[in-house]
Design a protein around this ligand. Structure first.
Ligand SMILES: Nc1ncnc2c1ncn2[C@@H]1O[C@H](COP(=O)(O)OP(=O)(O)OP(=O)(O)O)[C@@H](O)[C@H]1O
Ligand SMILES: [Mg+2]
Length: 248
């Protein structure tokens, strides 16, 4: 079943050209992006810094509503997991407060049910329920990223958008979080849009990969095909720059 369908998505930002007494005009960041995602699919999104990956992510989770084109998702709203687990948690709120907030605002759940759900999700991301009453600064980076994943799962989404979600973690913690993501994917039949500049991690995580260059998807295919048999010169260049060709 299709979870997400995006057609001819365009996003532009106003430039500050008026400072130079020129006419204000739009800088087009996404230039007609079309793709869809299936249930349980892990799709990688790769491309150089500034090509528009986070802009696409923000449209999908509803953080940017100024766009042209079609964006349709079926089922519960997709949730985002960000790169920096410290800055994305409110330092003055307990883990429990942060986790339960998305359900408290819906006002259709009993307090006890929400708590129970938070405990069960903490467990499924490998955290002890005693972390419920702690503050973000009392957790390690890896634990904080697990909390961010738990927070994203509270509303039972079918799609997670992970924007460099494991990039700030050290290699061992990164490996644990990747394992956790693959595990919850199975348990919850989750789909993920996995944005990363680390091609090794993309190779490990993703079923399919999209390559973005300057606001366009220039190549898309099965992970094996993209890594072993890329068509576009730009894709080959990215693979070469990462040095991954010698390893896989
Ligand atoms: N709110 C905004 N206002 C103006 N320009 C923006 C805004 N958000 C992003 N941009 C511009 O859009 C372009 C794409 O940014 P985006 O964050 O999507 O890139 P990215 O592919 O995620 O890069 P990175 O790999 O560095 O995270 C950049 O040139 C950026 O400066
Ligand atoms: Mg980005």
């Amino acid at each position: 079943m299709k979870l997400l369908e995006i057609e001819d998505l365009k996003v532009g930002f106003e430039t500050e050209a008026f400072l130079f007494r020129k006419k204000q005009k739009d800088k087009e960041v996404l230039k007609g992006v079309t793709f869809s995602m299936e249930e349980n699919q892990v799709l990688g999104l790769v491309g150089e810094s500034g090509c528009g990956k986070s802009t696409l992510a923000k449209v999908i989770v509803g953080m940017n509503q100024t766009y042209q084109g079609q964006v349709q998702y079926h089922g519960t709203k997709p949730q985002m997991v960000f790169q920096d687990p410290y800055n994305s948690l409110n330092p003055s709120k307990t883990i429990g407060f942060t986790l339960t907030e998305p359900l408290r605002v819906q006002k259709k759940w009993k307090q006890a049910e929400i708590r129970k759900k938070a405990f069960s999700i903490l467990e499924s991301v490998g955290l002890d329920e005693k972390l419920f009453d702690r503050y973000p600064h009392q957790l390690s980076g890896g634990q904080r990223q697990r909390v961010c994943i738990a927070e994203a799962l509270m509303t039972d989404p079918k799609l997670l958008v992970l924007d460099e979600a494991v990039s700030a973690l050290d290699v061992t913690v990164q490996a644990q979080i990747i394992k956790l993501l693959l595990q919850i994917r199975q348990e919850r039949n989750l789909a993920m849009l996995f944005i990363s500049h680390d091609l090794r991690v993309v190779y490990q995580m993703c079923d399919q990969v999209m390559i973005m260059e300057q606001g366009k998807i220039i190549e898309m295919g099965d992970t094996q095909t993209i890594f072993y048999n890329p068509k576009e010169a730009y894709t080959k260049k990215l693979l070469e720059a990462s040095g991954i060709a010698d390893e896989i």
